[in-house]
Ligand binder design. Structure first.
Ligand SMILES: NC(=O)c1ccc[n+]([C@@H]2O[C@H](COP(=O)([O-])OP(=O)(O)OC[C@H]3O[C@@H](n4cnc5c(N)ncnc54)[C@H](OP(=O)(O)O)[C@@H]3O)[C@@H](O)[C@H]2O)c1
Length: 214
């Protein structure tokens, strides 16, 4: 069966698995773990982006700083989710900002720099124009796509994005880094769940990317 047809058949099961898993307390480890294990059992890699954004869709005010404007509730959700992912894909700038936290994970850092793949412990540096990313990630059941904007765009355009968790913090930046740097094609998504994380109004949105039906 072609990958696209397989995906089409799996989609309803995935929706329900995700809904069941994340509808309750989103910072509850057991429920998040259950969801990701269910997806893994379906036997293919799931690519899941985690994004924190202002309500005008910006992910950062400056290039090199770790976001400090995100809520502690989002941080807890993110950490619990990340602990259950098998690998991480990240851009060189974002890696530079959070290297200490990613060094012990199976981390794939995208950069135009390396001519070949460079491994340092569990961290792999590669240029996806020269080294195919998909076969490297095929052995993982769940891959977290952590940005920044150039990587979200690359993964979406390479059809390596199945889901997105977008945390909308109640802020208007009015400037700053776009979620998809340089813009991308219009893509239809399906809302799987929405949760208000705190009294300030932080919203956690969970989307399925409808890759096969733009
Ligand atoms: N709010 C959030 O959820 C969130 C998430 C992640 C990051 N951020 C923030 O966003 C900012 C960084 O964003 P960014 O867009 O500048 O950085 P980025 O995507 O982390 O890094 C950009 C760099 O990654 C490499 N790269 C990305 N895609 C590539 C591709 N397809 N092929 C080859 N190389 C590729 C290039 O490195 P080379 O220059 O080496 O070629 C590029 O210059 C930071 O402030 C960070 O804190 C926010």
């Amino acid at each position: 069966m072609s990958p696209q047809r397989l995906r089409r058949r799996e989609a309803p099961r995935l929706y329900h698995a995700l809904r069941d898993s994340f509808h309750g307390d989103l910072v509850d480890g057991a429920s998040a773990r259950g969801g990701l294990e269910t997806l893994g059992a379906l036997g293919k890699t799931r690519f899941i982006a985690f994004v924190a954004a202002s309500i005008d869709g910006r992910i950062s005010l400056s290039e090199k700083t770790v976001p400090r404007w995100t809520s502690k509730e989002d941080w807890r959700f993110f950490q619990h989710s990340l602990a259950r992912m098998e690998a991480v894909v990240v851009g060189r700038n974002t890696y530079a900002a959070v290297a200490g936290r990613l060094r012990k994970r199976n981390t794939f850092v995208l950069s135009n720099g390396p001519k070949t793949m460079v491994r340092r412990g569990s961290v792999t540096f590669l240029n996806p124009a020269k080294v195919a990313l998909t076969p490297l990630l095929a052995k993982y059941k769940s891959v977290a796509v952590l940005g920044g904007g150039a990587v979200y765009r690359f993964m979406l355009e390479s059809e390596l994005l199945d889901e997105m968790f977008v945390t909308l913090e109640p802020l208007i930046f009015g400037r700053g880094k776009e979620m998809f740097v340089g813009g991308t094609r219009t893509t239809r998504v399906t809302l799987l769940s929405i949760k208000r994380l705190n009294r300030a109004g932080t919203l956690l949105l969970h989307y399925q990317i409808n890759r096969w039906r733009p």
